[in-house]
Write a protein that binds this ligand. Structure first.
Ligand code: SF4
Length: 187
């Protein structure tokens, strides 16, 4: 499947805090929403630094055969929905599952106004939707603020699998170790 290249922020594995683990996390670059207090503000800038084909990421995933699935985060994954839909399709046809975050609501994504968004939604097992609202900061699993909702769109990920997930983790190699998760440094 041909699709535009992905403006990639980072790839991480294995992760246990971004959905039922172990899984890989694909961080995309670029988000125009600029929610005050966003933990991933370093990924707002859409200035491309590393463009990759989705097939390259699929190839990288083959080095991690024990992963349960992937999580699409950022940045705004649905701003790059076309290549991510191809990647998610490949993961799911191999039996994996897909978690996706978005600052858009599920209804907005389903309207078909964002190029490729309906396709990516169709390849998403669990959508975490809505912007981060610092005044509604929460400790709920997989969410930074209480307005964000979990949408279990297929049977591949169950609600009970989300309970008890770690809210943050140290991830990466010796040269790039960093903390990921949900609002670990609340504003
Ligand atoms: S919380 Fe999500 S939607 Fe809001 S600025 Fe950060 S990446 Fe963008």
């Amino acid at each position: 499947m041909s699709a535009p290249q992905l403006n990639l922020g980072a790839l991480d594995a294995p992760s246990w805090a971004n959905g039922p683990g172990p899984r890989a996390v694909v961080w995309v670059r670029g988000c125009a929403r600029h929610c005050p207090g966003c933990i991933n503000a370093h990924l707002w800038d859409p200035e491309p630094r590393r463009f990759v084909d989705w097939e390259e990421i699929a190839g990288w995933l083959e080095a991690w055969p024990d992963l349960r699935g992937i999580t699409l985060s950022g940045g705004e994954p649905f701003a790059q929905a076309k290549p991510l839909a191809c990647l998610a399709h490949r993961v799911r046809e191999k039996g994996g599952d897909v978690v996706a975050f978005s600052g858009h609501t599920c209804d907005e994504l389903a309207r078909g106004e964002i190029p490729g968004a309906k396709d990516l939604l169709g390849e998403t097992d669990l959508l975490v939707d809505g912007p981060y609202l610092a005044e509604q900061s929460t400790e709920l699993p997989l969410r930074g603020s209480a307005n964000q909702k979990l949408h279990f769109l297929t049977g591949r990920i169950r609600a009970d699998e989300i309970e008890g997930l770690p809210r943050r983790e140290w991830i990466g190699g010796l040269a790039s170790v960093r903390v990921t998760g949900f609002n670990p440094f609340p504003h």
